[in-house]
Design a protein around this ligand. Structure first.
Ligand SMILES: N[C@@H](CCC(=O)N[C@@H](CS)C(=O)NCC(=O)O)C(=O)O
Length: 216
């Protein structure tokens, strides 16, 4: 049995944050595939009773500890590994600030947008998609401005705030209908820097269940 088990599936950028962090810190971990699209395991009463009352993935299991919310998982793994860890109170708060902004405004919109475009039946209403695309571009422009000033969100070195931001940013442009890196060049350059870190892998290579319909 590996040190860590991560409940996840390949199409989830929320899970990707945790999977990528585990790989970047060189942890001994194994994925536990969640059949999100098929049986919708995460919505069953058993899952909510035994795995996560919030009905979500990712879920990280480390011995007797069971953690959910990628921001919490990243904080825990940074504390335990000493890697990608914000240093001191000011950096800790700054990292949390960007993680919350990302969860709500950047990947918080990219995830549902991509879901409505590729997986939902019926697909998203054009008016809703248009609204979401506006919010996405607004939030990415804010991140882009920040990344024009420094290589990583908190400055010269990558922290968990950067790992959080990776969420949906490496999924293919066709799945969004726009190219994030081209539209927001400083974000595109940052994606390349993150990609160069030892242990980086694409979400479809890191988590089980791709292509859709294959058993993880
Ligand atoms: N803020 C959460 C978001 C987690 C989340 O929304 N996960 C999605 C999968 S990508 C989920 O489990 N949704 C439950 C559902 O739609 O039933 C995190 O970062 O962990």
């Amino acid at each position: 049995m590996s040190d860590y088990q991560l409940y996840c599936f390949a199409q989830s950028g929320n899970c990707y944050r945790a999977a990528l962090m585990l790989n970047l810190i060189g942890a001994d971990w194994q994925p536990v595939w969640i059949d999100f699209f098929g049986q919708g395991v995460q919505r069953t009463p058993a899952y909510r009773a035994d795995i996560n009352e919030m009905g979500e993935v990712p879920v990280l299991v480390h011995g007797k500890k069971r953690l959910t919310q990628s921001g919490v998982i990243l904080t825990y793994l940074a504390k335990h590994s000493g890697k990608f860890k914000p240093q001191g109170e000011d950096e800790e708060l700054e990292a949390l600030r960007w993680i919350i902004f990302d969860n709500q405004k950047v990947n918080g919109f990219l995830g549902p947008f991509r879901f409505l475009k590729n997986f939902a039946k019926p697909a998203g209403d054009p008016a809703v998609m248009g609204f979401m695309k506006g919010r996405i571009d607004g939030a990415l422009a804010i991140v882009n401005k920040r990344l024009e000033k420094a290589p990583y969100l908190l400055g010269e070195r990558p922290t968990i705030a950067d790992v959080s931001l990776t969420g949906y940013l490496y999924y293919p442009a066709e799945e969004f209908g726009f190219d994030i890196g081209k539209d927001h060049p400083a974000v595109g350059a940052w994606c390349e820097r993150m990609k160069a870190l030892p242990g980086w892998k694409h979400p479809y290579d890191l988590m089980p269940g791709y292509p859709l319909g294959t058993q993880g």
